[in-house]
Design a protein around this ligand. Structure first.
Ligand code: ARG
Length: 462
């Protein structure tokens, strides 16, 4: 029940132990230590420049904070829960190391603008890291696509075989999703990189601070425009959690396909040993646990987003302690997303595609039915009628247990006398893929162009 050094002045005794444990945040916000120290150093330098403290005092604070950082990194720093949070832990140790001048660090600042700055700096770095991982994963999809431009598989709608597509085209769909995710991360990072320092508790301060120079010193894009908004909002956390949720959702769709494709009934992929597990009871099994876990982990990232939205709802301006609850959801989502992106890159790199099975699955699903209908349209039959004739041809082929291309010409002509020998070239599955050269289609030129466009985007990323 020790008295808190930061606000204990008017309190006769400290909080009850259970209450202290309930309110402390150092056990998780210590993750922000490096960014908190960076922010404090920038603040101290600015106080020195503005003459609020002397240049010598500023230098002492900056050096002292560097020593605190070294202690944290070599493990000698002693974290104290009764000092509540990362900010007070660092400031208390700074004062032990440099003496009374340490107590000047907080001049013109409140933990309300401080915590927001530390978190923004931390998140900006994490968003940058997410983006690098997303770009790397997109590059992996592109490189796998590059070597499967000539392989085809059934493209599905409603999880039913629809039309043949190239495996490259299918894989590139994920690369495009990841490109948008990476762009969302960059966009979110731009808004995160706004410095709230100088807002102080909520109303600004009487000291002649220079928030712009602090922002520039920290590589931020600018400063707050309203001190109340600066300390009260966490929309940037919600936004980042949405970006993380969306990216995880994309990964989960790919996981779902890997799980389905690994089922022997499909047999489209063989799971790499390093990304599968066996069963303790059924020796034949190879389970897609990694893909399943990744699909499951989307739940916790969505949970973080839902938590953050709920925390914010109805909060009166400005800072409320509720806002301390912003960190754990973000830290959990950060860990989940970062590891998922890395694991997915490894798994995609090693996934073995069974292109023979994919090719023969096209034949089983009448995937050339649209080709026959389009062929009939080319012969002057209205599309609705062509659709009907094709349906009859499919029914006949199904009855005989054959593909459309295995029906004899007379059998086809019995359904429509405008069908000629040239129909067989049209019913060819690879040809069906080759003919779809409209923009973004599965045709080989379109796919090559997608690969070139994605490669150019990847090369342009810093
Ligand atoms: N640990 C706190 C948080 O994360 C720091 C800010 C505390 N400010 C205050 N006025 N109690 O929100």
């Amino acid at each position: 029940m020790s008295k808190n050094i930061s606000w204990g002045g008017r309190f006769a005794k400290g909080p009850e132990e259970a209450v202290a444990a309930y309110t402390e945040s150092e056990s998780f916000d210590r993750a922000l230590y490096a960014h908190d120290i960076r922010g404090s150093q920038a603040h101290a330098r600015m106080l020195g420049r503005q003459g609020v403290i002397t240049p010598d005092e500023a230098a002492t604070l900056v050096d002292g904070l560097e020593r605190v950082k070294a202690e944290i990194e070599d493990g000698s720093f002693v974290w104290k829960a009764d000092l509540e949070d990362v900010h007070m832990n660092i400031e208390a140790r700074l004062t032990e190391l440099v003496g009374n001048v340490g107590k000047k660090l907080h001049t013109g600042r409140s933990r309300n603008d401080q915590v927001c700055l530390s978190f923004r700096l931390f998140m900006a770095d994490r968003l940058r890291a997410w983006r690098e991982l997303a770009v790397k994963l997109a590059a992996m999809y592109v490189s796998r696509a590059e070597s499967h431009q000539g392989d085809i598989l059934p493209g599905c709608t409603h999880m039913q075989p629809a039309q043949p597509v190239s495996l490259a085209h299918h894989l590139l769909a994920y690369a495009w999703m990841l490109k948008r995710d990476a762009e969302r991360m960059a966009d979110c990072e731009r808004r995160v990189r706004v410095s709230p320092l100088g807002a102080a508790a909520l109303a600004g301060t009487t000291y002649p601070l220079d928030p712009e120079s602090v922002a520039a010193d920290l590589g931020m894009n600018g400063t707050f425009s309203n001190s109340m908004d600066a300390v009260a909002d966490r929309d940037f956390v919600m936004e980042a959690l949405f970006v993380a949720s969306c990216t995880m959702m994309h990964l989960s769709r790919c996981c779902e396909e890997i799980i389905i494709w690994a089922n022997p009934a499909f047999g489209f992929v063989r799971l790499p040993d390093g990304y599968a597990t066996g069963s303790s009871i059924m020796p034949q099994k190879k389970n897609p646990d990694v893909a399943e876990l990744m699909r499951g982990k989307v739940g916790r990232v969505y949970g973080s987003l839902a938590a953050m939205m709920t925390i914010m709802k109805g909060l009166p301006l400005t800072y409320n302690r509720d806002l301390q609850e912003d960190k754990e959801p973000f830290l959990d989502a950060d860990r989940t997303l970062s590891t998922s992106l890395q694991i997915m890159e490894g798994m995609m790199g090693e996934l073995a595609f069974n292109t023979v099975r994919m090719r023969s699955a096209c034949k089983a699903g009448f995937l050339n039915a649209t080709e026959l209908a389009d062929y009939l349209v080319g012969k002057g039959i209205p599309f609705r009628e062509a659709h009907h004739i094709t349906g009859a041809a499919v029914a006949e082929a199904e009855r005989q247990g054959k593909g459309l291309e295995d029906l004899a010409l007379e059998e086809l002509r019995a359904m429509c006398d405008r069908i000629d020998e040239d129909v067989y070239a049209v019913l060819d599955y690879e040809a069906a893929v080759r003919r779809r050269e409209t923009r973004g289609g599965t045709g080989p030129c379109s796919v090559a162009r997608q690969i070139a466009d994605l490669r150019a985007w990847i090369a342009a990323q810093d």
